[in-house]
Design a binder for this molecule. Structure first.
Ligand code: IFM
Length: 479
């Protein structure tokens, strides 16, 4: 393994030692297929809904697309070497359904060859593979049949999950079924800023339920197999605070539509009453059938929480317009169907390049809440499967001095450590992202990586944050 620390000065000789996390705590980094792979038509891959969405005029900033992205598909060995140099314990990636089944149904063995090389390469380097089965790149052929709004997708997803496990189940011991179903359902089908770009709240609710049902159906199917993988799901979650005490109902309403819409069915086997009531004007008749919630609430072996920022809401508009700017001029709709009269505020001064507040205490609070309200009584361990920040980084004399990201990582790891000290069973942290990459509707303008990517030359440069993270991992291992 390359020793990254050779010849490099310590980054912050005066900074406090990294937070103490339990022995065996997993340090990883995350990516997703469409955001890094490129190889859009390689070896039989078909279009995903994102390939098609990116072609819509004005859908993505700068007219960018994931066609080439970080060209990871053709640079796998180099990227594996980088992961190894960083000393990652685990690598969280996603599998592209349209690579594995270009028409959504029929297996393309060539597509699986790539993931086999990736998984074998990780195992050779003693990096644990953490695959996600769905990170938003539905085969367009399935979208043409109704996509996530149509219940037929559930069987298709479970067949796809089984096909992946047929080939890789002897080496993959854990799957995350879905990444951030709220984003895929509500940004994709209500706000219209993500693929497939629809603005129809009923479709968004149907998509959300069908993703949960596809998760539950795939869990039942994979659990019954001899490979016996560990199974979990990842949600994007936030802390939603009221601006003043009278705004408490506004906070509860947004919390319901973002967090509890997914958490309650998964852990309590029911949609929350207040959310059902608030969404009743759009809730499709006959959507939830007998047995659905039993499947959805089946035991999980782990739970993934993605946390980036908190939200502050009120019934009164902010003095200045501090709503987060959309990526393009296309008019977005709200992702929260029941949010009339509710306003979002930015009260904390520190923000990332995307305008997202930097709020590490929110992560500790979120982890405590998850444990208290959902995971502890079922004994489900939590992993922070994404946390990260976008800044406008550049390479100067071969280095990227991203001090703000170093502070961001440090503060959030301290928040995790505080939650662990408070008794929350958190077993790992994955920084988003390993590489700068295609940030969806924002295109390539927002850089989240601990490794800089020059998109002209595809040269990778480990940023100061990557060096810092490598040191944290090495020190943790040494103690
Ligand atoms: O880039 C995304 C990722 O695909 C899912 N979680 C949030 C990240 C940053 O926006």
């Amino acid at each position: 393994m390359t020793d990254l620390h050779d010849g490099l000065p310590p980054l912050n000789p005066t900074s406090p030692p990294p937070p103490r996390l339990p022995r065996g705590f997993v340090f990883g980094a995350a990516t997703s297929a469409y955001q890094i792979e490129g190889g859009a038509n390689a070896d039989g891959k078909s279009d995903s809904i994102w390939d098609v969405f990116c072609r819509l005029p004005g859908a993505v900033a700068g007219g960018d697309s994931g066609e080439v992205a970080c060209d990871h598909y053709h640079r796998l060995d180099d990227d594996l070497a980088t992961m190894s140099a960083l000393g990652l314990d685990a690598y969280r990636f996603s599998i592209a359904w349209p690579r594995v089944m270009p028409d959504g149904r029929t297996l393309n063995p060539n597509g699986l060859d790539f993931y086999e090389r990736l998984v074998d390469g990780l195992l050779e380097r003693e990096i644990d593979p953490w695959p996600t089965l769905y990170h938003w790149d539905l085969p367009q052929t399935l979208q043409d049949e109704g996509g996530w709004a149509d219940r037929g997708i559930v069987e298709r997803f479970s067949d796809y999950a089984a096909a992946v496990d047929d080939r890789l189940g002897d080496r993959i011991h854990r799957y995350t079924t879905f990444n951030e179903p709220w984003v895929a359902a509500f940004l994709g089908h209500a706000a219209g800023v993500h693929a497939p770009g629809h603005q129809n709240p009923s479709e968004a609710i149907a998509a959300g339920h069908h993703m949960l049902l596809a998760h539950g159906t795939a869990v039942a199917r994979l659990r019954a197999r001899a490979t016996a993988p560990e199974l979990g799901i990842t949600l994007n979650l936030s802390v939603i605070d009221p601006l003043t005490p009278v705004d408490e109902p506004a906070a509860r309403l947004i919390d319901g539509q973002m967090n509890r819409f997914f958490l309650d069915p998964l852990f309590n086997g029911a949609y929350p009453e207040d959310v059902r009531e608030a969404l009743s004007p759009w809730w499709p008749d006959g959507l939830v059938r007998a047995g659905d919630l039993d499947l959805i609430s089946a035991r999980l072996d782990f739970f993934g929480a993605n946390y980036y920022r908190g939200e502050v809401v009120s019934f009164t508009p902010p003095d200045a317009d501090d709503t987060i700017r959309p990526a393009t001029d296309r008019p977005p709709a709200t992702p929260y169907p029941a949010s009339r009269g509710i306003h979002f505020h930015t009260v904390l001064p520190e923000r990332t390049a995307l305008g997202w507040v930097v709020q590490p205490e929110g992560l500790e609070r979120l982890l405590r809440r998850l444990s208290d309200d959902y995971t502890a009584r079922r004994g489900t361990p939590i992993y922070v499967t994404e946390n990260g920040a976008a800044y406008h980084d550049g390479v100067v004399a071969g280095r990227v001095h991203d001090a703000a990201r170093v502070r961001f990582i440090d503060a959030h790891l301290r928040a995790v450590a505080a939650a662990v000290d408070g008794g929350v069973d958190v077993r790992g942290y994955f920084y988003w992202s390993l590489l700068d990459n295609f940030e969806w509707d924002w295109g390539y303008g927002q850089r989240f990586g601990i490794v800089h990517v020059d998109y002209e030359t595809q040269k990778r440069t480990i940023k100061d944050s990557g060096l810092h993270y490598a040191r944290v991992i090495a020190e943790h291992r040494a103690t």
